[in-house]
Design a protein around this ligand. Sequence first.
Ligand code: MN
Length: 247
Amino acid sequence: MIVDMHCHLDLYPDPLVVGRQCKSHGIYALSVTTTPKAWHGTSRLASDNPRIRTALGLHPQLVHECYKELELFEALLPDAKYVGEIGLDGGKGFKEHLDIQIKIFRHILRSLEAAGGRLMSIHSRASAGAVLSELYECPGAGLPILHWFTGNKVELRRAIDQGCWFSVGPAMLATKRGQELIALMPKGRILPETDGPFARLNNKPLMPWESVHISSQIANLWCMRLFDVEIKLFENFNDLVKTLGFW
Ligand code: MN
């Protein structure tokens, strides 16, 4: 079974073809949108495939340009069972917009809380501490999955203590730092992702079914057999689906 907990189906050059390929691979994917305006078009890519779920998002890197879409976000939220990507970005080129990002993220978390909580795929580049503080203030917002976590080890410990899950992909595993963080994550709270087509490997955008590449590297980190790692990742997804009531 292939799972990709964070990809951008609508941003591939030919989304319809990628959607069909996902179907033929039989993969389970969380297709996250970067703006509320993209919600309807992106949802249509999954209309004949219940294994693909669409998440309503407002990417922190776009918030300073698209904050007016917050109203649309609110209007669409009752129909959205999944939210992502949301969060903060304190990286180069975006940290000057952190004030508005925090305002919007906080507003979104309050809305999710009022709506009964959602599964959230969260962006926390160069802002893990601030993201965790916002989540801490809003425990009813739902289940946070920190995607492509790049915080430090103290922030990781805090994320674990706050109950966060993690989605990790081939691009994260390609770095030593990413591997060190993954080795410290609870084995039962890790899910595969690609972040394609943004994330690339060998100079090519990652395709959703390439999330499987993480298994062999995780097998090395965990000193486990490849087959057992695949089972473990499948069990994690199953826990999320069955026990936690998502999907
Ligand atoms: Mn992404």
